[in-house]
Design a protein around this ligand. Structure first.
Ligand code: R5P
Length: 250
């Protein structure tokens, strides 16, 4: 299709395989991040070439702007109501297809969109596949109101799960706080390993100043992992052989 020069071949392979799943008339959720951006470009090229009629909702302002610049019409989630398929990236994917997302601070809208989709397909490169989540700092979107109090409550929740030694750092861009599309702040939890993502998700969600955490549990239906040679591996839950993928990367 349209792009390939200078584009990560593994991400491109995953994006192309996901876009191949799109059918005329579908209602789509468009993810955020570098891999999702490649997917949006591939989708726009397919729409232009084949004249597909789609209805698309974006998971961030950045994705909406990119999609519209490529000729895709973006509607709000509420205008569309429900989606057939959402295609998004991820920061980590584990063998249960549990995800860490939010490296681009978009996980709140991404989760709202994924929750309103019949299927969520993740597109990623092999570096994202892990046995245990947590090496990537877990993004948590929090309210500005009571920010330090919320950070304290998060630390307390982590201590209760024997994760008390971890850094809980505000995300900055330069010296300015990162502000999400919803006007909130981001705390990154440097956990190293998340042994029990379900318990952690529950504890974080119980803190009132937490708007949304980046754990996506039981939401992803399929992960398409692209490889440097242009091929892909499709992973349904419990299919992931992280060792095999790691060896390929050596
Ligand atoms: O907030 C951003 C999203 O969750 C992204 O989908 C995630 O960070 C993966 O992005 P990338 O494809 O750039 O690694």
């Amino acid at each position: 299709m349209s792009q390939s020069q200078g584009v990560d071949p593994a991400k491109l392979a995953a994006a192309r395989a996901a876009v191949a799943m799109v059918e005329d008339g579908m209602r789509l959720g468009l993810g955020t991040g570098s891999t999702a951006a490649i997917m949006v470009r591939e989708l726009a090229a397919r729409v232009a070439a084949e004249g597909l009629t789609l209805r698309c909702a974006a998971t961030s302002r950045a994705t909406a702007e990119l999609a519209e610049s490529l000729g895709l019409r973006i509607e709000t989630l509420d205008q569309i109501g429900w989606l057939d398929l959402t295609i998004d990236g991820a920061d980590e994917v584990d063998p249960h297809l549990h995800l860490v997302k939010g490296g681009g601070a978009a996980h709140l809208r991404e989760k709202v969109v994924a929750a309103a989709s019949d299927r969520m397909v993740v597109v990623a490169d092999p570096a994202k596949v892990v046995e245990t989540l947590g090496a990537f700092p877990l993004p948590v979107e929090v309210l500005e109101f009571g920010f330090e109090t919320t950070r304290k409550l998060i630390r307390r929740a982590l201590e209760a799960q024997d994760l008390g030694e971890c850094d809980v750092l505000q995300r900055l861009r330069g010296s300015d706080p990162v502000i999400t599309d919803e006007g909130n702040l981001i705390l990154d939890l440097h956990l190293a390993r998340i042994e029990d993502p379900v318990a952690l998700a529950r504890a974080l969600s119980a803190i009132p100043g937490v708007v949304e955490h980046g754990l996506f549990l039981g939401m992803c239906d399929l992960a398409i992992i692209g490889r440097e040679d242009g091929s892909v591996i499709e992973l349904a839950r419990n299919d992931i052989d992280a060792d095999m993928l790691a060896q390929e990367g050596e």
